[in-house]
Design a protein around this ligand. Structure first.
Ligand SMILES: NC(=O)C1=CN([C@@H]2O[C@H](COP(=O)(O)OP(=O)(O)OC[C@H]3O[C@@H](n4cnc5c(N)ncnc54)[C@H](O)[C@@H]3O)[C@@H](O)[C@H]2O)C=CC1
Ligand SMILES: O=C(O)C(=O)COP(=O)(O)O
Length: 530
C-alpha cells in the first residue's frame, strides 16, 4: 500500500482518484511546520503540496521512502530541487491547470489598479461618496509590456489585444515567428520599461529574474507606468518600487505575490495608497484547483506504480513521439547496464554507450539514464539510484559517460552497446529488441550470443576444450542448480569462449568458486537480472 501525504489545502475532487485507488492510502495534514513534516514524512511514498509547504533538504533526507513530490500548481521554488535530484526523488508539477485562472487574475489586478477599485470600494463602504479622487485610465491604446511569454504571459498578451492594447513581449525563448503569430512586438526589458504604460511579469523567480525590475529600470521608466506582479515576489524590487511610486515615476502597482509570504505586518505595500494587493490568489479558483489536483494526482499514481509519467521538473522532459520510440528500450538499457556492472570487476571509471541504427537518429539521453542506472545500481543499490539521479550520481563519482552513435547496426535495426571500463578491466555487452521475441543480449565482448536478459544467469569464460560443458553441467546438477538454457559463444575452435547459463535459482558462492577452480575455466560470475 502506497502512502500519500497531502500537506497543503488541495481540492478534494482533484485528489479523488488517489483516494479511490485501492493501492493508495491518503492522509491530509495541512499546515505542518518543517519539524512536524520531518517527523512524519518517513512513512510516506509521495508528498502533495502547493506553495506553502517548504520541502527542504531536511524533509527529503527524512523521507526515506519518498519517491515523488507532487506540486499542485506551477512554481516549485518552495521545493529544494537539488536535494530531490540527489536523493532520486522525482518532483512533478501541474503546469497547465492554472494558466487561465492566473491570467484572469492578472487582468483583474490590471483593471483594479487602472480604476482604483479596492481604494474606491474601501472609501464607499466606509461611508464616503468620493467621485473625484479615483480618476482612472483606459487600457485601450496603451502599451502593455509582458516580461515572460510562457503559458500565462502568452494568454495575457492574447487577451490584452481584445482590450485594444499594443503589446511588447520579452522572453529569452521567444522567436520572431511566435511573436508575429501572437501579434506582439519582441522587445528588450530596457525598451519595455522606457515605452510601456503597463507592465506585467510572468517569469519564474530565478537568480536571473530576481530584481529584474529594480532601481536601474525605474530610473529610465516611462512616467505613469502601472505594474502588475502575479508571478513571484522578488522579480520586482519591492523597496525600489515604493521609492519609484513616491518619486512619481510609477502611478500604481498591483501585487499578488511577495518576496516573503506572508509579508510582515509593517510591509510598506500594505499601507501604500497606490499599491493594491491580494494574498497569492492567482491560482485560487475552483476550476484551477480541481485541474491541478487532478493532473498531479494522475502523475503521482503513475510514478508510484512505476508507469511512464509526465511533468517531472528535475528531469528533462521527453517529447511524446520520442517517448514512444525509446520506451521499449528502457528496460533493455537498464539490464545491459546491470549485466555489464555485474560482469566487470573494479571501480567504475567510464561507461561508453553506443547507439547504432535508427536509435542513432534520436535524442537518446533518456535511455542513457537507464543504462547508467543499471550500472550504478549494482554498486549503490537499486533503491538509491533512479533515472532522476543516475547521471548526477555518476558525475559525483567522477564516472565518465561517453555516448557514441553510428547509423549502421550490422544485422540489427537497432543496437545498444555498453562498454564498462574499470580500474581493473573492460567488458562490452550489446543488446537489441527482436521483433516478436523481445529483448536479447546479442554480443558479450567479442562473442556473438543470443540470451534473454532476465533471471539468474551464470557467465563463464573458458577455453574451448572438449568435455568442459559436461563438467559444468555435472557440477551444477550435483549442487541442485538446474540449468534452464545454455548458450556458448566462441570465435575460433579451441580458442577462448564464453558460456551463459540460465539457472532456476541463485547459485551458491562455493559452487561459483568450484566452477572457477575447474581446469580450462577462467571465471564464473553470477548475474542477476530482475
Ligand atoms: N500567483 C499565482 O498564484 C501563480 C503564479 N504563477 C507563477 O507565474 C509564473 C509563470 O508561470 P507560467 O507561465 O505557467 O510559466 P512558464 O514556464 O510557462 O513561463 C515562464 C516564462 O518565463 C520565461 N523566462 C525565464 N527567464 C526569463 C527572463 N530572465 N526574462 C524573461 N522571461 C524569462 C521563460 O522562458 C518562460 O517562457 C511562474 O513564476 C509561476 O510560478 C503561476 C500560477 C499561479
Ligand atoms: O502555481 C503556482 O506557481 C502558484 O503560485 C500557485 O500557488 P498556490 O498553489 O495557490 O499556493
Amino acid at each position: 500500500m502506497y502512502k500519500v501525504l497531502v500537506s497543503d489545502p488541495i481540492s478534494d475532487l482533484g485528489i479523488q482518484q488517489l483516494v479511490e485507488a485501492t493501492d493508495v492510502a491518503v492522509d491530509k495534514n495541512p499546515g505542518l511546520s518543517e519539524d512536524e513534516l520531518v517527523a512524519i514524512i518517513g512513512e510516506y511514498d509521495a508528498l502533495l503540496v502547493r506553495s506553502q509547504t517548504r520541502v527542504t533538504a531536511r524533509v527529503m533526507e527524512a523521507g526515506k521512502k519518498l519517491k515523488v513530490v507532487g506540486r499542485a500548481g506551477v512554481g516549485v521554488d518552495n521545493i529544494d530541487l537539488e536535494a530531490a535530484t540527489q536523493r532520486g526523488i522525482i518532483v512533478i508539477n501541474a503546469p497547465d491547470g492554472n494558466t487561465i485562472t492566473t491570467c484572469e487574475h492578472t487582468f483583474a489586478m490590471m483593471m483594479a489598479v487602472a480604476r482604483h477599485i479596492p481604494q474606491a470600494y474601501a472609501k464607499t463602504v466606509g461611508g464616503t461618496w468620493d467621485r473625484k479622487s479615483f480618476l482612472g485610465v483606459e487600457l485601450r491604446n496603451k502599451t502593455l509590456g509582458v516580461l515572460g511569454m510562457g503559458r500565462i504571459g502568452s494568454e495575457v498578451a492574447k487577451r490584452a489585444k481584445a482590450f485594444g492594447m499594443n503589446i511588447m513581449g520579452y522572453d529569452p525563448f521567444m522567436t520572431e515567428e511566435r511573436a508575429e503569430k501572437l501579434g506582439i512586438k519582441l522587445a528588450s526589458v530596457d525598451e519595455i520599461v522606457r515605452e510601456a504604460d503597463f507592465m506585467t511579469v510572468h517569469t519564474p523567480l530565478t537568480s536571473e529574474t530576481r530584481h529584474m525590475i529594480g532601481r536601474p529600470q525605474f530610473a529610465v521608466m516611462k512616467p505613469g507606468m502601472r505594474i502588475v506582479n502575479c508571478a513571484r515576489g522578488g522579480i520586482i524590487d519591492e523597496i525600489a518600487l515604493v521609492d519609484a511610486i513616491d518619486e512619481g515615476i510609477v502611478a500604481g502597482a498591483a501585487f499578488d505575490v511577495f518576496e516573503v509570504e506572508p509579508p510582515a505586518a509593517d510591509h510598506p505595500f500594505l499601507t501604500h495608497p497606490k499599491i493594491i494587493v491580494t494574498p497569492h490568489l492567482g491560482a485560487s479558483t475552483v476550476e484551477a484547483q480541481e485541474n491541478v489536483a487532478i493532473d498531479v494526482s494522475e502523475q503521482v499514481l503513475h510514478i508510484l506504480r512505476d508507469e511512464p509519467f509526465m511533468n517531472a521538473v528535475n528531469m528533462p522532459p521527453i517529447p511524446a513521439n520520442l517517448q514512444s520510440k525509446l520506451q521499449p528500450y528502457f528496460s533493455l538499457g537498464e539490464k545491459l547496464g546491470s549485466f555489464i556492472a555485474q560482469s566487470t570487476e573494479g571501480p567504475v571509471q567510464e561507461i561508453v554507450v553506443s547507439y547504432s541504427g535508427e536509435l542513432a537518429e534520436v535524442d537518446t539521453q533518456p535511455l542513457t539514464r537507464y543504462v547508467v542506472r543499471g550500472v550504478l545500481s549494482h554498486h549503490l543499490g537499486l533503491e538509491q539510484v533512479n533515472v532522476v539521479n543516475s547521471m548526477h550520481l555518476a558525475k559525483l563519482r567522477d564516472v565518465n559517460i561517453v555516448i557514441q552513435k553510428s547509423s549502421t547496426a550490422k544485422d540489427f535495426t537497432n543496437l545498444v552497446t555498453v562498454t564498462l571500463r574499470t580500474k581493473k578491466e573492460e567488458h562490452v555487452v550489446s543488446g537489441t529488441l527482436l521483433t516478436g521475441y523481445g529483448p536479447r543480449i546479442v554480443q558479450i565482448d567479442k562473442f556473438p550470443v543470443d540470451v534473454t536478459p532476465e533471471g539468474n544467469l551464470i557467465l563463464i569464460s573458458h577455453n574451448d576444450k572438449p568435455g568442459i560443458i559436461g563438467r559444468v553441467g555435472t557440477l551444477l546438477g550435483s549442487n541442485d542448480v538446474n540449468i534452464a538454457t545454455m548458450q556458448v559463444g566462441r570465435q575460433l575452435e579451441g580458442g577462448s569462449a564464453i558460456m551463459v547459463l540460465r539457472v532456476d535459482k541463485g547459485t551458491p558462492k562455493e559452487v561459483l568458486q568450484q566452477l572457477t577452480n575447474m581446469p580450462e575455466l577462467n571465471t564464473a560470475k553470477e548475474i542477476i537480472l530482475a
